[in-house]
Design a protein around this ligand. Structure first.
Ligand code: PGA
Length: 248
């Protein structure tokens, strides 16, 4: 079964609402590709204008964060039902910046995955090791633990709709990309883990992205690997290069 490629931009804390609309206009013709899911994951305040700006195009909108309660006294937070109602399809969960800077742990991340599915959003679940773990050679065990905890209580049918992004922390925003073989090794390991936790059909269906300094120059090689079904792209999603990655 061929898995559909998914190329997602992670805009992070960049682009004001008016800049976001301008970027959508700049990328509009460059990201046309009906064979690929194209997603812009944007800051919360950009969601409404970006949903409007991509209407009638092939682009889907994603969010970068939310809180696990539906509503209530949680000053400053937004909920999954709010995102859904605003037109969001995908939601990034467990990004290393949220884990490291904002202290999100696997218990919260697991709750977010379940809440996202309950609200009708599709999670892009991120995992990945630090440079120290890569050097120590223990990165496989680390990633297995992350995914096993993050998917606790998540059903096989849900996992078939899940996207997992393997993002080695040492490659994020550093210009140092994992080699295609390094990325493939971990993406295959993740797929094998899904087969172990669920079954072969679920492992075959789950889509796995690579993320970390993916750009117009290295995307084609990374995406040629059998277990890499797409990319989660930070820096290069904010410029015309993103169109080249979509069409790599
Ligand atoms: P980068 O970010 O492409 O700028 O390395 C990727 C990410 O953090 O999702």
């Amino acid at each position: 079964m061929a898995r559909r490629r998914i190329i997602a931009g992670n805009w992070k804390m960049n682009k004001t609402p008016s800049e976001a609309v301008a970027l959508c206009a700049e990328l509009k013709d460059l990201v046309k590709n009906d064979a690929v899911d194209v997603v812009y994951c944007v800051p919360a305040i950009d969601i409404v204008p970006v949903v409007e700006a991509v209407k009638g195009t092939n682009v889907l909108v994603g969010a970068e964060n939310f809180y696990i309660e539906d509503k209530g006294a949680f000053t400053g937070e937004i909920s999954a039902p709010m995102l859904k109602d605003a037109g969001v399809t995908y939601i990034i969960i467990g990004h290393s910046e949220r884990r490291d800077i904002f202290g999100e742990n696997d218990i919260l991340i697991n709750a977010k995955v379940k809440k996202a599915f309950a609200a009708g959003l599709k999670p892009i679940l991120c995992c990945g090791e630090s440079l120290a773990l890569r050097k120590a050679g223990t990165y496989t065990a680390w990633i297995r633990r992350q995914i096993t905890w993050d998917l606790d209580g998540v059903t096989a049918d849900q996992v078939k709709d899940l996207v997992i992004a393997y993002e080695p922390i040492w490659a994020i925003g550093t210009g140092e990309t994992a080699t295609a073989d390094q990325a493939q090794e971990v993406c295959k390991m993740i797929r094998d883990l899904i087969a172990e936790l669920y079954d072969a059909a679920t492992a075959e269906a789950v889509r796995i992205q690579y993320g970390g300094s993916m750009n117009a120059g290295n995307a084609a090689e990374l995406l040629s690997k059998p277990d890499i079904d797409g990319g989660l792209i930070g820096g290069a999603s904010l410029k015309a290069d993103f169109g080249q990655i979509v069409n790599a």
